[in-house]
Design a binder for this molecule. Structure first.
Ligand code: TRP
Length: 334
């Protein structure tokens, strides 16, 4: 059987939240279950360095992300689970790819463009605060993807452009040397692409509206109770499709529970009741993983053990691709 390689990177900046679980972790773990897939998932710590310059926080964030994925069911025997900074070949390939990436392509990257626009609006130099790490971010990401011959890259919609850029860059390289690099495609789970946060906008660290996955259950309940609702009176029927509470509920409840709550929306329920129902399914889901998470965070050596095994497996693939690339380009020992 010709397996398809699926790969995704998880930037380790900030505590993982419900939006990360629904939008990224859950679909990625489901993809990894498919025996037709060879999955490689990694902690993109060097991508986090574009914004995170505190060494303690950097290390802690890496462990938080690793412990989160492991606690939620990532099986390190099945998935090659590693840390980007443990694979030096990524950075070697990144240079090669930079030589096949037009500057104009990087000028069009969304994150860079947004910074430039913000600077223009503020009337300052358009590159103010833009470092080369931000500018080259898509090249490093292309390297992550291309080094492992990835076919499919599960990501959120906001990352789709980066995958297209990786495909573009691979195309430019292959146009010169022949089919050396595998052309990747994004895999976007539309249904769960946007998870509502506390204020109804997309759940995102930058909006400060997230519900963290792990932490004190009392705090979890408090946050759920803070989800913004309208002033429809309890007895009035409510539309589940426009309710953040219902959308979150659907990701954690059984089909029977979902139908039951849908019924309560139609007959009329108070928002407090809906929130309590959401809290209960969340707590039922998170209780077990929280124990595993806390245990892993208390024993980072266990996390390191998993990552060390992943590193070996990842580097076996990485060195093979780099040999191919070096030969194609004509560098290194002949
Ligand atoms: N840029 C991605 C994000 O912010 C993380 C990432 C880094 C990634 N390298 C990757 C995702 C390679 C997919 C493939 O979410």
């Amino acid at each position: 059987m010709n397996k398809k390689t699926i790969l995704t990177g998880i930037k380790s900046s900030g505590r993982p939240h419900l939006g990360n679980y629904i939008g990224a972790i859950k679909p990625a773990l489901a993809l990894a279950q498919n025996p037709a897939h060879e999955a490689l998932y990694f902690i993109a710590d060097y991508h986090a360095l574009t914004t995170l310059h505190d060494p303690k926080e950097m290390r802690h964030s890496g462990y938080e992300v690793a412990a989160t994925w492991l606690a939620l069911g990532l099986d390190p025997a099945r998935v090659v689970f590693f840390r980007q900074s443990d694979v030096p070949e990524i950075f070697e390939l990144a240079w090669v790819l930079a030589c096949f990436t037009s500057k104009g392509l990087m000028n069009r990257a969304h994150a860079y463009k947004a910074m430039v626009q913000k600077n223009q609006e503020a009337g300052v130099d358009e590159d103010a605060g833009v470092h080369m790490g931000l500018y080259e971010y898509p090249i490093l990401m292309a390297s992550d993807i291309l080094l492992f011959d990835s076919h499919l890259v599960p990501v959120g919609k906001d990352q789709a452009q980066h995958i297209e850029m990786a495909a573009d860059i691979a195309g430019s390289f292959n146009a010169v040397y022949g089919p050396v690099l595998t052309i990747p495609a994004p895999y976007i789970n539309e249904a769960t692409a946007t998870v509502p946060g506390l204020d109804g906008r997309k759940m995102s660290k930058s909006y400060d509206n997230v519900i963290p996955l792990f932490g004190d259950p009392k705090k979890l309940r408090k946050l759920v109770m803070r989800i913004v609702t309208d002033s429809t009176p309890p007895e009035a029927p409510k539309d589940p499709a426009t309710s953040s509470i219902f959308q979150l509920y659907e990701s954690f409840a059984t089909p029977e529970q979902i139908e039951a709550l849908r019924g309560r929306y139609q007959t009329g329920l108070g928002w407090g009741e809906a929130k309590q129902a959401l809290y209960e399914v969340l707590e039922a889901f998170l209780e077990g993983p929280r124990k595993v998470y806390d245990d892993l965070m208390a024993h980072p050596d266990i996390i390191e053990g998993h990552l060390a095994a992943g590193r070996e497996r990842a580097r076996t693939v990485a060195t093979a691709t780099m040999d191919r690339v070096r030969k194609a380009v004509g560098v290194g020992r002949a």
